[in-house]
Design a binder for this molecule. Structure first.
Ligand SMILES: Cc1cc2nc3c(=O)[nH]c(=O)nc-3n(C[C@H](O)[C@H](O)[C@H](O)COP(=O)(O)O)c2cc1C
Length: 389
């Protein structure tokens, strides 16, 4: 029998980290927890071995001791971090508020479920052991939610894993993976979170190749094929932004883009600049670019040729990470006419190949550009062509 997809998707998209809406008064029957573990144990496991063990802590004194460890392991740091951003509108204020609440109230949550697995990680950097337990623990969270309970994935206690093992009598050779506070949820109107759309983080056939409109055939121009490159820069967005906003800079790294000049007095959305380009196949060309998004420290996007039906769509985005920045540089071909469409018109049977070649060329230039920006922000000494000085 087919599933009710909308109900399944509602479960999958609304199972949140619940911390402020855990019912601390209503007891959680052991049978409900066991039912959810039975569901969770259906998750895949390497070698088909049953190595996961679930430790359900209900005793109030033990919960209190575990909560103390959680706080000393990092919960207190969360509370301090929240105090610093409280009322500032910081992008993580909501999550910190919620995490602070949990850190303070953990001892009062009716059941603390520690998910463990026999074995120790080999430190290789591969998921190893953990890929036999994480999916099961998440199934447990989903099973809880479908029964009206809730949880939040937590790992801060792992900084005190040895003390937790002493407290709970966990033998050597067992790895703790997550501590899941379990309670009935207060209300059940949880919403999907704001996540990046699949089309922006899914590559087709080769790393970094995107498609604006999914196709099941080889991409053609109308499909909005593109390229995204990303690099993590060891500096906050405010330190990366001046390099991103400098329209000349990519010329130091690209073998096609030659430079640009602003052609409007204003900056920001609606501003224009003239970009100069050169490559062996298309020769020299200039194009007026229209700024379509401009938000300091966050995004700079422009459309060459025509605002509404541009030759391509270009976008720098600065995503804040803890103390660092993920710099994304994205390009989508079309939908408007360009040198590329002229080449396709001349050889329509080669359309997909022309698109793929263009993606490869752009990918190389864009990768050099973000790597170059990273190097400059992090203090490297580069010459005018972006090579180490
Ligand atoms: C690996 C991992 C570790 C986490 N550790 C903690 C933690 O120790 N304490 C906590 O309050 N939340 C923790 N979280 C929950 C995240 O903060 C939460 O998933 C995130 O804020 C997004 O919220 P959402 O799951 O509701 O979308 C953790 C989540 C993951 C995936």
């Amino acid at each position: 029998m087919p599933f009710d997809v909308s109900e399944t998707d509602r479960l999958l998209t609304t199972t949140r980290a619940v911390r402020r809406r855990l019912d601390l008064e209503r007891p959680v029957p052991a049978q409900v927890i066991l039912d959810c573990i039975d569901v969770a144990e259906q998750a895949p496991t390497g070698g088909n071995q049953s190595s996961r063990r679930w430790l359900v802590v209900r005793d109030p004194d033990t919960r209190a001791a575990l909560a103390d460890l959680y706080r000393s392991a990092g919960g207190n740091w969360i509370s301090e971090a929240y105090a610093q951003v409280q009322g500032t509108g910081h992008h993580n204020e909501g999550a910190l508020r919620s995490a602070d609440h949990l850190a303070r109230s953990l001892q009062d949550v009716p059941a603390l479920v520690l998910v463990t697995i026999y074995g120790e990680h080999d430190g290789s950097g591969r998921p190893g052991l953990f890929d036999s337990v994480v999916q099961s623990a998440w199934s447990f969270c989903l099973a809880l939610r479908s029964r009206g309970l809730a949880s939040a994935w937590t790992t801060l206690h792992l900084n005190e894993a040895d003390a937790v093992a002493d407290l709970l009598g966990i033998p050597d050779g067992v790895s703790q993976v997550a501590l899941l506070p379990v309670a009935w949820s207060v209300g059940d109107d949880f919403s999907p979170a704001d996540r990046r759309p699949a089309s922006e983080i899914t590559w087709f056939d080769r790393w970094g190749r995107t498609l604006q409109r999914p196709t099941d055939a080889d991409p053609v121009h109308a499909d909005g094929a593109g390229v995204t490159v990303e690099v993590d820069v060891d500096a906050p967005p405010s330190a990366v932004w001046p390099f991103v906003a400098d329209i000349q800079l990519p010329a130091r790294f690209s073998d096609e883009f030659q430079g640009a000049e602003w052609t409007s007095d204003q900056r920001g959305v609606g501003a224009t600049f003239l970009g100069r380009n050169r490559n062996d196949r298309m020769g020299d060309w200039e194009v007026t670019c229209h700024v379509v998004e401009y938000e300091e420290d966050r995004v700079f996007a422009w459309h060459p040729a025509d605002v509404e039906t541009p030759a391509a769509q270009w976008r720098f985005e600065l995503v804040p990470l803890a103390g660092a920045t993920r710099l994304r540089f994205a390009m989508v071909l079309g939908p408007g006419p360009s040198g590329l469409t002229a080449a396709i018109d001349a050889m329509p049977d080669k359309e997909s190949k022309i698109i793929a070649n263009r993606q490869n060329g752009q990918m190389a230039n864009m990768r050099r550009c973000v790597e170059g920006i990273k190097a400059l922000v992090e203090g490297a000494d580069l010459d005018q062509k972006g090579n180490p000085a």
